[in-house]
Design a protein around this ligand. Structure first.
Ligand SMILES: [Mg+2]
Length: 231
C-alpha cells in the first residue's frame, strides 16, 4: 500500500447521513404543514418522492444542466406535482424551511466519530464536497465533525464541481497535498471516484448498499469502520 498523508472525504452520503437527516426534516415539515390532511400521501411517500426528484435535480446540477437556484425553485413544485397536491394547497415557504432545517440535523453514518478520531492523528483530513458553503458548514457543525478537517473545499468556493480536475487541484493547493500521497473517499463513482482517479489520486469507494459496478477502484468498503483496518 502507498503511503498516504492526506485523506479527502466527500461529505453528503459519505459522512453526513443525507437520507436520514433529510427524512427527519421532511417528517417535521409534513406535520407542521398538516400535509396528511391536505393531500392523499403519506410521510413515506413524501420522503420517497423527495429523493427521486432530488437525485434527478442533483444529477442535472452535477452535469451543469441547471444552477443552484433552479434546483431550489424546481424541487418542491415537482415533488408536489408528482404527489398530486393541488397548487393552492402547496406550502409556499417549504423549500426555504427545508433548506434551513435539514442541515441542522446531525445524523452521521455508523462509526463516523470513531473512525475520524482514529484517522486524525495519522493523516491530515480534508473535505471536497459538491455543495454550498453555508449549508455544508452548518451540516459539519451540527454533526460535530467540523474540527477534524483542515481544508474544506466546496464546489461553490472552487467554482468547479467534482469530477472537474480543477476542484481537486484547488484542494491540493489549499491543503499542501500531492495527488500521489492522497486518498479520496466517497460514495459517488462518477464525481468522487472517477474524479480522483483521473486526477491521479487513489480512491476508496464507500458502497454501503453494495451496488454492483464495473468501475476500477483502488479500494472498496461497505462500512466506514473498515477504514480502521485499511489505513
Ligand atoms: Mg456524496
Amino acid at each position: 500500500m502507498k503511503t498516504y498523508k492526506h485523506i479527502f472525504f466527500d461529505l453528503d452520503h459519505t459522512l453526513w447521513d443525507y437520507e436520514g437527516n433529510a427524512g427527519e426534516a421532511l417528517h417535521e415539515l409534513y406535520d407542521h404543514y398538516q400535509l396528511g390532511e391536505k393531500g392523499m400521501f403519506s410521510k413515506a411517500e413524501l420522503v420517497e418522492t423527495f429523493f427521486a426528484v432530488n437525485d434527478m435535480l442533483w444529477d442535472d446540477y452535477n452535469h451543469h444542466r441547471i444552477q443552484r437556484k433552479d434546483l431550489r425553485e424546481r424541487r418542491f413544485p415537482t415533488i408536489f406535482k408528482r404527489l398530486g397536491l393541488a397548487i393552492e394547497l402547496r406550502p409556499q415557504n417549504i423549500e426555504k424551511e427545508y433548506i434551513a432545517l435539514s442541515p441542522t440535523k446531525g445524523k452521521v453514518f455508523d462509526h463516523v466519530h470513531k473512525v475520524l478520531e482514529y484517522l486524525s492523528p495519522k493523516y491530515e483530513l480534508h473535505i471536497i464536497t459538491n455543495g454550498f458553503d453555508d449549508i455544508q458548514s452548518t451540516k459539519m457543525s451540527s454533526s460535530g465533525i467540523a474540527d477534524y478537517f483542515k481544508a474544506i473545499i466546496t464546489s461553490e468556493t472552487a467554482g468547479f464541481r467534482k469530477p472537474d480536475p480543477r476542484i481537486f487541484q484547488l484542494a491540493m493547493d489549499r491543503s499542501g497535498a500531492q495527488a500521489e500521497h492522497s486518498l479520496m473517499i466517497g460514495d459517488n463513482l462518477r464525481t468522487d471516484i472517477g474524479g480522483a482517479r483521473d486526477f491521479g489520486m487513489d480512491q476508496v469507494f464507500f458502497n454501503p448498499g453494495r451496488k454492483s459496478h464495473t468501475d476500477k477502484v483502488t479500494y472498496e468498503i461497505s462500512g466506514l469502520k473498515e477504514l480502521m483496518t485499511l489505513l
